[in-house]
Write a protein of this length. Structure first.
Length: 424
């Protein structure tokens, strides 16, 4: 049996073991209820499920999605299980467990493509196996678990790209990106890291390819934009939630009791950001508005807040970014996030300076930039960051660590103090 087969089988054992562990540890969340004791605050699940049931039971796609409050991807994912099982929500949870475990296999295959070493790839996949945030969302009926899987698939396809013959794979990438956008609209920001990677990976990348990818992406998103725009008599590209997220991102409506020890809450309390007058006035004004009208109105309120208190809002926004990467330091979980952030940045710099895997460094930095911007402007929830930052960060840290170890071994083995019989 070759090493290739041995390590592949070992990776499958990791996947199978991960599924078993998830099922045993997440029993509290494995039922057919919309929301359960596993994560009782995940109320977004109600919205996804109600839209799915409106399509299944009444065949009414238009009323399910015309408000633009949700893109249809995840609800369509749920709809599949209504036709396959009498307990569709339970079945969806089990499928999400399997999808999340397959991140391990995709990570292994990605690292094989990058490092060209089965032994190093299996060690890297072990790190992914142990990264609990990837699997926390499995029993929760929201888009995160599916998003992490498809983003892992996106990265695997990136790693499979042949720079001399890119056409065979390059147009698969916008298809995956579109599906990620249909799961969560904020994933459109991944277009920037994608372009950054391609510009460095494919030497002499032609304008034709860039235009082709952009047009392909646009064409696949146009039907949704037309649907929303016609339904709302207004131009809407992806969703009607940006205004709310922008408004909540200013801190005037922060719940200081929800997470009192977070860096955001501490900053908001110190700067006295919560403003009952703005909250009352805003909630009163949006009562009879459509989602699109509310979106426009809340965006205007958020802009006014930025203009009226720029320094305080700026400081608060920075605290959101630091919180997202774990610098609230509330517990061991936050500490692990900080370690991941620092190690990934340090190893990315090392790889760039040593002229190794620079396309992945640029991809990682672009991810870091866009997710930081998202947290700075909108909501800083760590679950949003987990989906598109953690896996590239783990990858770049693993790649950098092995590169550093290889270089250190060469230096040591070349030393005159190294026993001759141990030299390679």
């Amino acid at each position: 049996m070759t090493n290739q087969i041995k390590y592949f089988l070992l990776c499958l054992i990791f996947v199978f073991g991960n599924v078993i562990i998830q099922i045993s540890m997440e029993q509290k969340g494995l039922n057919n209820e919309m929301v359960n004791g596993y994560s009782p605050t995940s109320t977004d699940a109600f919205d996804y499920i109600e839209r799915a049931e409106l399509v299944v039971k009444q065949g009414d796609f238009v009323n399910a999605f015309k408000d633009g409050n949700r893109v249809p991807g995840y609800s369509l994912f749920l709809i599949i299980f209504y036709y396959l099982s009498d307990t569709p929500l339970l079945m969806a949870r089990y499928v999400q467990i399997i999808l999340s475990a397959l991140i391990i296999l995709l990570s292994y295959l990605t690292l094989v493509n990058i490092l060209h070493s089965y032994s190093k790839a299996i060690l890297g996949s072990l790190v992914v196996t142990l990264w609990i945030p990837f699997y926390y969302f499995s029993p929760i009926l929201m888009a995160e678990s599916c998003s992490i899987f498809f983003f892992a698939l996106f990265i695997f396809v990136l790693s499979s790209l042949n720079p001399t013959k890119p056409t065979a794979i390059i147009y698969t990438l916008p298809i995956l990106l579109v599906w990620l956008v249909y799961l969560k609209p904020n994933h459109i920001i991944l277009f920037i890291p994608l372009l950054a990677f391609l510009l460095l990976k494919i030497k002499g990348l032609t304008l034709r390819h860039l235009v082709g990818i952009s047009m392909f992406l646009t064409i696949m998103l146009i039907p949704w934009a037309i649907f929303l725009s016609v339904m709302n008599n207004n131009l809407i590209l992806l969703s009607t939630t940006s205004g709310l997220n922008l408004y909540l991102g200013t801190g005037v409506d922060i719940d200081l009791k929800e997470d009192p020890n977070s860096l955001m809450s501490l900053t908001a309390r110190k700067l006295n950001l919560r403003d009952e007058q703005i909250i009352t006035q805003t909630e009163q004004n949006v009562k009879n508005m459509t989602k699109q009208e509310e979106n426009v109105y809340r965006s205007a309120v958020a802009k006014e807040i930025w203009l009226s208190r720029p320094i305080n809002t700026l400081v608060y926004s920075l605290s959101k970014v630091f919180h997202g990467f774990g610098f609230s330091l509330r517990d061991s979980r936050d500490l692990l996030l900080v370690i991941l952030f620092i190690s990934s940045v340090v190893f990315s710099l090392y790889l760039w300076i040593s002229r190794n895997h620079r396309e992945w460094c640029l991809f990682f930095w672009a991810i870091l930039l866009v997710i930081s911007f998202q947290m700075f402007i909108y909501l800083p929830n760590q679950r949003f960051k987990t989906v598109i930052f953690d896996l590239p960060a783990i990858m770049i840290a693993i790649i950098g660590m092995f590169q550093f170890l290889d270089y250190s071994f060469k230096i040591v083995s070349a030393s005159k103090f190294w026993p001759a019989k141990w030299k390679p």
